[in-house]
Design a protein around this ligand. Structure first.
Ligand SMILES: Nc1ncnc2c1ncn2[C@@H]1O[C@H](COP(=O)(O)OP(=O)(O)OP(=O)(O)O)[C@@H](O)[C@H]1O
Length: 254
């Protein structure tokens, strides 16, 4: 799939973030295209997490603009952009440890369906929710764990549950900050498969340190270094770029 043929869904122009006069992100232009998996990579301190937090509105930029589907979202709050369909997963996912896997997914679906505050619920609506909950649990490989409390799940499976509760919201754009952090090889394979699967009809933006995962999953890669964009392209292009190699080498020797 050619990433350049798709519409831009999320973009930033001149994105800049200063912390007490220090430019963590400097004049970043970014175009994320629909139905692609787009990675933000770069050595430690490059500004990846700051860009991620700016895009999801957890931080306000010092300068620059962000637009989503052509709408300027620079001044919106995280909840507003989430409602528009720009949702970050994992770090703020609401997983209730003392609810079962099934009930966690049910709660997420009820929130999406705005049923949370209603006392009356038709059994037809609840049946539909249960069917969808079952599908989501199966999609993330948790069918055998459906009746366990979330707290009892091993780490990788907990992340799969977080993914299911995020998918329950059915967002067109999903952003992951280091989805593979702390995972073993087996979990990485499983979560990679899941991300590939959910990205078939969604846009995924991810900050990821594991370059094997980036090479395997991502259509487009933006490399940041010292708060600026160093290179952009597919993984083969950016990994062959001498400036990128130098930036990574530089930090290895620090
Ligand atoms: N709240 C803050 N206050 C001051 N400086 C900050 C703040 N957040 C980030 N920085 C600085 O901005 C720079 C970029 O940090 P950021 O966390 O965005 O980089 P990163 O590429 O995500 O790094 P890592 O790979 O280590 O997570 C770093 O020098 C960091 O110390």
């Amino acid at each position: 799939m050619s990433a350049s043929s798709q519409e831009v869904i999320l973009s930033a122009r001149g994105l800049t973030k200063e912390f007490f006069g220090f430019k963590a992100v400097s004049n970043v232009d970014l175009d994320i295209r629909e139905n692609t998996i787009h990675a933000l990579i770069g050595p430690n301190g490059a500004g990846k997490t700051t860009v991620f937090n700016l895009l999801t509105k957890f931080l306000n930029p010092t300068a620059g603009t962000i637009s989503f589907r052509g709408q300027d979202i620079t001044k919106l709050k995280p909840a507003d952009v989430a409602r528009l369909g720009l949702v970050r997963s994992f770090q703020i996912s609401a997983v209730f440890p003392h609810l079962t896997v099934l009930d966690n997914v049910r709660v997420a679906l009820q929130r999406k369906a705005h049923l949370g505050t209603q006392f009356w619920r038709s059994s037809r609506v609840l049946d539909r929710l249960d069917t969808r909950a079952g599908e989501l649990i199966e999609a993330v490989g948790l069918t055998a764990y459906a009746d366990l409390d979330a707290a009892e799940l091993p780490y990788g499976r907990k992340r799969a549950l977080e993914l299911a509760t995020t998918l329950a919201l059915d967002p067109p754009v999903l952003l992951f900050d280091e989805p593979m952090a702390g995972m073993g090889v087996e979990d990485i394979g499983r979560i990679s498969d899941l991300i590939r699967q959910i990205a078939r009809d969604r846009t995924v933006v991810m900050v990821e340190h594991n370059l094997n995962v980036v090479a395997d999953l991502c259509d487009r890669v933006t490399v940041l270094a010292r708060g600026e964009i160093l290179a952009e392209g597919d993984y083969a292009e950016v990994s062959a770029n001498p400036k990128v190699r130098e930036a990574y080498m530089g930090t290895e020797h620090e």
